[in-house]
Design a binder for this molecule. Structure first.
Ligand SMILES: Cc1ncc(COP(=O)(O)O)c(C=O)c1O
Length: 365
């Protein structure tokens, strides 16, 4: 082999050609590009919490003396705190650095090359990407025109090669909820079912407490959205205890940082304050939905999460995203087979909604 050939030919070719997850643009880069200050960027592209984390977290992190030690690999205190918060025994709980990482670990635990994973599309793209990383075969079952899952079609897609069903509720990017009877219908197939409840604090509907009644149900949750801790990376899941045990073994030992553990401890002492912010976001979501519906070139969809998804009826979604970007307002656009000409806008503070609506009216006129 000549020196010029390098080592790239040795890598897994399926990974080399994998279409990866498209992340958002960092606001500091946008600010630099536009000659703005970072604090002037209105960030409505990643479903973060515009009110930030609890002030208790900020303060405790400043006073944290144990950043030089590794965290407890067994997550003893963390799992106990989560047990108290969700009312499920600690033996069912595993935490990781974001629920993204738990999606990855769960798929790694279950999928062998060629195994089928049923995915209710359009949905969170990490399911597709990480399934492909582990050699999984995606079986895509489309949602209906209102993005409601087709439980009958999902059940009909089950065959001897089916290893898992994944379901985000509320769904990203559409905000659609899947109600408990439909989730349980999928659980009744006996196929391992991963329910991703990243936005559950905004919808209030959860199946977390049913995990101990089903041998095959797993639920993922996160502190990124309701608790404003996206930057610290802390998510957790509720699993049948044997699966939790395997995941504890599979995870990297010190996966949740000391800082994230301090943040969880303080967050859980401040839930009343944080849930009042969640309530404000839900109220603002409804205002955003109503106001977007007044623009005759957008069709917003009802949402149970902290964002609103819209079809663009006139003009191009990418042009709208770019025009907002040029004004320092960041949103997401999609132009994919099942997400044609659409945008997704995270719910901000009322002043962010006002700035967004003003910009949209200018762009649309
Ligand atoms: C449905 C869904 N699941 C999981 C995640 C990942 O969250 P985390 O920040 O906990 O990794 C997101 C983030 O946008 C999401 O939308």
């Amino acid at each position: 082999m000549g020196v010029s050939e390098g080592i790239e030919g040795k890598v897994r070719q399926d990974l080399a050609s994998l279409g990866g997850y498209v992340p958002s643009k960092a606001p500091e880069n946008v600010a630099r590009e536009l000659g703005l200050r970072e604090e002037d960027i209105i960030k409505l592209d990643d479903n973060e919490n515009p009110y930030g984390c609890s002030p208790r977290v900020q303060q405790a992190l400043g006073n944290c003396t144990y950043l030089y030690t590794y965290p407890d690999a067994g997550q003893t205190e963390l799992r106990r705190q989560l047990q108290e918060y969700i009312g499920v025994d600690a033996s069912y709980i595993v935490a990781d650095n974001g629920s993204d990482q738990l999606i990855d670990n769960v798929l790694r635990l279950f999928l062998e090359p060629g195994d089928e994973l049923i995915n209710a599309i359009p949905t969170f793209d990490i399911f597709r990407v990480r399934a492909l990383v582990y050699g999984g075969k995606l079986v895509n079952v489309p949602r209906d025109e209102d993005f409601v899952i087709d439980a009958a079609a999902i059940k009909a897609a089950v065959n001897k090669n089916t290893k898992m069903i994944v379901l985000a509720t509320p769904n990203n990017p559409t905000g659609t909820i899947t109600h408990q009877p439909d989730i349980l219908e999928l659980a009744d197939t006996g196929i391992p079912l991963l329910v991703d409840e990243a936005y559950v604090e905004f919808s209030g509907e959860t199946v977390t407490k049913l995990v101990n009644q089903y041998k095959n149900m797993m639920v993922l949750r996160t502190f990124s959205k309701w608790a404003g801790l996206a930057g610290l990376r802390i998510g957790y899941g509720v699993f049948p205890p044997k699966i939790a045990e395997y995941l504890m073994k599979l995870k990297l030992p010190y996966n949740v940082s000391v800082a994230a553990r301090v943040a969880v401890r303080e967050t859980l002492k401040d839930t009343q304050n944080l849930m009042s912010k969640v309530k404000a976001i839900v109220a603002e979501r409804e205002r955003l939905f109503t106001e977007l519906g007044k623009l005759d070139w957008l069709k917003p969809f009802p949402s149970q999460a902290n964002f609103v998804f819209c079809h663009v009826l006139k003009g191009k979604a990418s042009d709208i995203q770019q025009a907002l970007h040029d004004r320092g307002i960041l949103i997401r656009y999609f132009d994919l087979p099942l997400l044609q000409n659409s945008i997704r806008i995270s719910v901000g503070k009322p002043e962010h909604t006002d700035a967004l609506l003003k910009a949209l009216r200018e762009i649309g006129s």
